[in-house]
Design a protein around this ligand. Structure first.
Ligand SMILES: [Zn+2]
Length: 230
């Protein structure tokens, strides 16, 4: 078989698991396109692709973009040259029915998901990570963390003296609600992919470098198995 086998990866993990960071690192490390669903959806709308136009109609009406349209956007991307060796998908699927629909589309395209990497982080750690974030009132790109990246003076931005506030998204009740959604709708995906023998867990309480190293280990094992024809 010429070249390396395809690496079609899905990243799973609760909000605050650091999966966006890992997605960007993997994109560089393995030279694979990283598809964060929200980003490729917005790009398809901007470029005015066939499915992008469909998505725009829903978005203009303030409606949720239906699964089949999102899958259409993903399919447009993975049929491109850039994804010939694989891709990293983040943000979709979030539910078992979405995973089933994605599998169906993949088999139409004669592709399959090679591996699912789930970054697990306990809820109290997520609350600590997300709940400790403070954002500058003057410039929302100035972000601090009470524990991991505190400002010199409590509650005051180092750069412009702005007040540091807790954004609505970072309020404990909002975070808990997102986590409950994840538990209810997204966690069952673990079993779905486990039954297919492609689920891999990574302990997300480790540092980003350690998580990255662990993911490299998983991918190296996959490639070795593939070469050995397992
Ligand atoms: Zn500031």
């Amino acid at each position: 078989m010429p070249g390396l086998p395809e690496l079609n990866l899905i990243l799973l993990g609760p909000p605050g698991s650091g999966k966006g960071t890992q997605g960007e690192r993997l994109q560089e490390d393995f030279r694979l396109p990283y598809y964060a669903t929200g980003d490729i959806l917005r790009a398809a709308v901007k470029e005015g692709t066939e499915v992008g136009k469909q998505a725009k109609e829903y978005m203009d009406r303030g409606d949720l973009v239906p699964d089949e349209v999102i899958i259409g956007v993903i399919a447009e991307r993975i049929q491109g040259d850039e994804a010939a060796d694989g891709f990293i998908l983040d943000g979709f699927p979030r539910t078992v029915p979405q995973a089933e629909a994605l599998d169906k589309k993949m088999s139409e395209l004669r592709r399959e998901i090679t591996a699912v990497i789930r970054i697990d982080v306990p809820e109290e750690e997520i609350l600590r990570r997300l709940g400790g974030r403070r954002t500058c009132e003057k410039n929302p790109s100035h972000i601090y963390h009470v524990e991991f990246d505190p400002p010199k003076e409590e509650g005051v931005c180092d750069l412009d003296g702005g007040n540091l506030v807790v954004r609505d998204d970072d309020k404990p009740e909002v975070i808990k609600n997102r986590l409950a959604q994840y538990r209810e709708k997204t966690e069952p995906l673990g079993d779905y992919y486990d039954e297919r023998g492609i689920l891999n867990h990574v302990d997300g309480e480790q540092s980003p470098d350690e998580v990255e190293e662990r993911i490299h280990g998983i991918i190296a094992t996959l490639r070795r198995e593939e070469e050995e024809g397992m």
